[in-house]
Design a protein around this ligand. Structure first.
Ligand code: FO1
Length: 354
């Protein structure tokens, strides 16, 4: 037993049985000795913005981000990882703030030149600065480095202040079944999201490759060592849902024996940003804060934050066995987001088994 070690003893507990540590074996971790270990499952814009607030709320925390890679797309021979890049750029200070994706001070000469050669697609706006990220990534992948190592190398430049790990090193790409001109087709998520603007109903959302994928190195370890696990207001289907579709990740979270707390991406029956309602409909989930909590389920979630406008659903969520609080959830600025993060961590302590 370590003397004064940060985590004396072992938390031997499973969510189902909630076996208790022997009393008096497990003193409260002295916060001054070991930073809180937080694992966050993040998609793109909403997840990245939440992380910026989380870092302000608990600057000393040890944050591991498990990033969604189902949005990845191969273009011009390059691998583009939108959600990983949005987290990396947002926390590293290079994001195009109003878009929430791509680089600040961007130019599009390369895109224009490609279009001049008739090389598309033109509907996906890759900027000159952003291309460098995809070239470095693709070059390293070509040299045999796994995506997790590539992401670590890219973060050496951006220093996001969190450990960013892709959900898997294996190729997973979300495809969407749509009906266009009377015929049913499966198109890449980015074509559905960016070219079609989710304007046609999605008959199905399929994270192609997820079933065969393995969690990237460090993912299960981070979950196993976490003090708290957070689901930020990312897209519950194509972001957090895709991460949970990688075999082993959902189970590890359910068995981690630490509080799992989520923040609703739906406020007042509509997504705060993006088109989450379109993909929620595709999986038969109504676009409400309560329905999303139920979609994750009480086997996974211990706590759920809804916005104050949805205070009426608190009772329904709690009836599902998920502790629920109504707090302001609009990420209007970093301070507002930091307050949300603090509320999520407070709720985690409230539901943490004694
Ligand atoms: N979203 C758009 O709406 N239009 C674009 O042209 C676009 C280009 C783009 C390029 C790189 C990148 O990393 C993200 C990009 N996105 C664009 C956003 C992207 O579709 C979303 O960030 C995620 O895939 C959903 O979270």
């Amino acid at each position: 037993m370590g003397t004064g070690g940060a985590r004396v003893g072992a938390r031997v507990r499973s969510r189902r049985g909630r076996a208790r540590c022997p009393p008096a074996v497990f003193p409260v971790r002295p916060a001054r000795l070991a930073p809180m270990r937080i694992v966050v499952l993040a998609g793109g814009i909403g997840g990245a913005r939440f992380l910026r607030g989380l870092k302000r709320a608990v600057p000393d925390a040890d944050v591991t981000v498990i990033g969604n890679t189902g949005d990845d797309i191969h273009l011009f021979g390059l691998k583009v990882c939108p959600d990983l890049d949005t987290v990396m750029y947002t926390l590293g200070g290079g994001i195009n703030e109003e878009q929430g994706w791509g680089r600040a001070e961007e130019t599009f000469h390369l895109k224009e030149e490609l279009a001049a050669y008739g090389v598309g697609p033109e509907w996906f706006g890759l900027g000159d600065r952003d291309f460098a990220t995809h070239i470095v990534r693709t070059q390293m992948l070509g040299a045999g480095y796994p995506l997790s190592a590539v992401t670590e190398a890219l973060c050496d430049r951006w220093k996001p202040g969190v450990r960013l790990i892709p959900m898997t090193d294996d190729r997973v790409e979300t495809h969407v079944a749509v009906e266009v001109d009377g015929e049913r087709r499966a198109i890449h998520f980015q074509e559905y999201w960016v070219r079609l603007r989710a304007s046609v109903p999605a008959a199905a959302i399929v994270p192609v490759g997820a079933e065969q994928a393995k969690p990237a190195p460090g993912v299960l370890e981070a979950i196993g060592a976490a003090d708290v696990i957070l689901f930020p207001p990312s897209n519950p289907v194509v972001s957090i849902g895709t991460i949970l579709a990688v075999p082993g990740i959902r189970e590890a979270i359910a068995e981690a024996g630490v509080p799992v707390v989520g923040l609703s991406p739906i406020v007042g029956d509509a997504p705060v940003r993006g088109m989450a309602d379109k993909v929620l409909a595709a999986v038969g989930v109504e676009s409400t804060a309560a329905a999303v909590a139920e979609h994750y389920g009480s086997g996974l979630l211990d706590g759920w934050l809804v916005d104050t406008v949805d205070a009426a659903v608190v009772e329904r969520v709690e009836a599902d066995g998920i502790r629920c609080r109504a707090v302001p959830l609009m990420m209007t600025d970093v301070d507002a987001t930091a307050r949300m993060a603090q509320e999520a961590l407070a709720l985690a302590e409230e539901v943490r088994p004694a």
